[in-house]
Design a protein around this ligand. Structure first.
Ligand code: COA
Ligand code: ZN
Length: 306
């Protein structure tokens, strides 16, 4: 069969989306967005990041956001927080977070700009975090896996250099991120097939995170699916962008992915109508930035429930 019968939709709007918005978003609005997304059935969600508030002031309320969300029954296992170093993991762990995403870029230039470290230094932060918190689930977000805003092309050797280090350290949850939306379907398929061969039998859960900067995210989603990927990171309303990657813009919109999944008969357990409602809610609050196709139509109420 070409497609999986079900996939996991990982919502990243409250992290990747909000981090790219300069005007302050009220903490209560962030929490309400996350609450609605959980209610819609989102099984996993990056809800904030524990990074330097000087680097991204919008994320300075990370503790407050996770404290409120962790109080929702059953939410703890569905929440992820992004970290860029061990200090971020220290904060996340102290706040009660059970799952983090640690970001390391495949390209050294972007890693320097993003977290001010070489890939080796970031791998050391990863190992130190694993050693300090054996109970913490750690997903690796490999940024710039399909291209870098500073150096251009990223080689397979650069990708596997970081991934070899992470897999040896014990990481089994890996997301390849097209930070600036330059990946092409044949490239996405080729890279995933090569990685599955290289790390086959290790029990790695792969996922993909696609920015739609050049309109390729849907095509790349399908290419990844055809290469066996069954976990997709998307953002409500198509929010998103990395402040440390010039030209980066929104993610694949969650509602657009859900439309594709529903119409193709792939189950996700997520209610598209509730996600569209949340998309209306948060773009109304922030007054901008909707970048999804599905919201452009007024007939969305006809979509079936997931
Ligand atoms: N949370 C809070 N504060 C942090 C922090 C964290 N995770 N990591 C570092 N800091 C603070 C340090 O305590 C120090 O504070 P001080 O100046 O008051 O003493 C300051 O930041 C500098 O620390 P240092 O370790 O030297 O970091 P740096 O200057 O090399 O910056 C990062 C590195 C990781 C802190 C910074 O680049 C960052 O937060 N980047 C965010 C990346 C990101 O979120 N990108 C988008 C998502 S992919
Ligand atoms: Zn992103």
């Amino acid at each position: 069969m070409k497609y999986p019968s079900s996939v996991t939709v990982v919502e990243v709007g409250p992290r990747d989306g909000f981090q790219s918005i300069k005007p302050w978003i009220e903490t209560a609005d962030k929490i309400e967005t996350c609450r609605r997304l959980l209610e819609a059935g989102i099984p996993l969600m990056e809800c904030t990041s524990f990074i330097s508030p000087k680097a991204i002031p919008q994320m300075k309320d990370a503790e407050e956001v996770v404290t409120a969300l962790l109080a929702i029954p059953g939410a703890a296992d569905r929440l992820l927080a992004l970290v860029g170093n061990k200090k971020g993991a220290d904060r996340a762990h102290a706040a009660g977070v059970k799952k983090v995403a640690m970001v390391i870029s495949a390209s050294a230039e972007h890693n320097k700009n993003n977290v001010n470290k070489t890939p080796d230094q970031s791998l050391e932060e990863l190992s130190a975090t694993i050693a300090a918190y054996p109970d913490l689930h750690i997903k690796l977000d490999l940024a710039t896996a399909f291209g870098c805003p500073f150096q251009g092309e990223v080689s397979m050797e650069e990708i596997t250099y970081v991934l070899d280090g992470a897999v040896v350290a014990g990481i089994r949850d890996i997301c390849l991120c097209d930070t600036i939306g330059v990946g092409m379907p044949d490239q996405v398929g080729r890279i995933f097939r090569a990685l599955q061969e290289r790390y086959g039998g290790r029990g790695v859960q792969w996922s993909v995170h696609l920015h739609n900067t050049r309109g390729m995210a849907m095509a790349n989603t399908i290419a990844a699916m055809e290469a066996g990927v069954d976990r997709f990171e998307t953002a409500v309303a198509g929010l998103g962008g990395c402040p440390f990657a010039p030209g980066a813009s929104g993610n694949m919109a969650t509602e657009d992915l859900l439309y594709f999944l529903n119409e193709t008969g792939i189950s996700s357990g997520v209610d598209i109508n509730q996600v569209i409602g949340t998309s209306d809610y948060i773009t109304g609050k922030i007054g901008c930035c909707r970048d999804s196709k599905i919201n452009a139509t007024t007939v969305h109420k006809i979509f079936p429930k997931a």
